[in-house]
Design a protein around this ligand. Structure first.
Ligand code: AMP
Length: 278
């Protein structure tokens, strides 16, 4: 496995390897969720490239950029075992040199859901992913359903900018109690960690209510909120949205993306499921 730290070296790797490339952008502190994307990419490509870059542009001024967990040595060991061909570890100074001023921004999709709570986040994500794709030139890029809005934003960006890249989505990997794996779970205290399974439990409750023919999202939201409010978690939002355009839906028809963000202390956790109502 090649460890690549500069843009020139990364471009050389791509030039010297003619087959198809699957690319997984990450912020490191890797877990089974990331590894599952590597496995998907290995099945479909000649080479697998993963980037580890904690992207300052996707964090708000009061968010956890400085504190974001980092353990590059451990990540590298994990990736060697997972069969990755190259790890790209660029420096912030090379990705965003002084005077940097060009951004990729989605007019409406980036302002919904997560974007409402995290202004500027998706401009940061879209900008870094397009830069990384320009450097790595992948055939396919892999994203987790865990970040449902990110998937929608990436598909739209690739389509609007006519990038020759296929977006592939991997399912959300969960701990035994249902908590979605996340690098941020490490912030949780023991008590919060136990309570955090309530995100998935509330999503399952929503699914059960829909299967029992409840169609009013407000009623389901109330039930989810009651469950979450039994813990120390504070709800940021619960959303029922059209999975394609992320518009909020009151009355559930066909497919609905149910997503939520909950704070445990300062730790903000997100999760989602897509439910088909018939
Ligand atoms: P991150 O390092 O958190 O930026 O995540 C990098 C990629 O891994 C993103 O496409 C995430 O959606 C994906 N990912 C993160 N957690 C999970 C998970 N639990 N299951 C599947 N994919 C995940």
């Amino acid at each position: 496995m090649k460890i690549i730290k500069t843009i020139n070296e990364m471009r050389d790797f791509r030039r010297n390897n003619a087959g198809s490339v699957g690319f997984i952008p990450t912020m490191g502190y890797l877990h089974e969720g990331h590894v599952s994307l590597v496995k998907l990419a290995r099945q479909e490509n000649n080479y697998v490239v993963i980037s580890i870059f904690v992207n300052p542009k996707q964090f708000g001024p009061h968010e956890d950029f400085a504190a974001y967990p980092r353990d590059t040595e451990k990540d590298i060991t994990l990736l060697k075992n997972a069969g990755v061909n190259a790890v790209f570890l660029p420096e912030v100074e090379e990705m965003y040199p002084a005077g940097f001023e060009t951004y990729v921004s989605l007019e409406t999709l980036s302002k919904k859901l997560e974007g409402k709570s995290r202004p500027g986040h998706f401009t940061g994500v879209a900008t870094i992913v397009s830069k990384l794709c320009n450097i790595i030139q992948p055939d396919r890029a892999y994203f987790g359903q865990k970040d449902a809005q990110q998937v929608v934003v990436m598909k739209k960006m690739v389509s609007d900018l006519q990038l020759p890249i296929k977006i592939v989505v991997g399912e959300t990997k969960r701990e035994k109690d249902g908590l979605a794996m996340s690098s941020r779970n490490v912030y949780l205290s023991e008590k919060e960690r136990k309570e955090a399974s309530v995100l998935f439990q509330s999503l399952q409750l929503a699914n059960e209510m829909i299967q029992k023919r409840e169609r009013n999202s407000e009623i389901i939201k109330k039930a989810m909120s009651s469950l979450i409010n039994e813990t120390s978690g504070t709800i940021d939002y619960i959303s029922f949205a059209n999975p394609k355009n992320l518009d909020e839906v009151q009355i559930i028809e066909n497919e609905v993306l149910i997503s939520l963000a909950v704070y445990f202390g300062k730790t903000r956790l997100i999760d989602n499921i897509v439910v088909h109502s018939v």
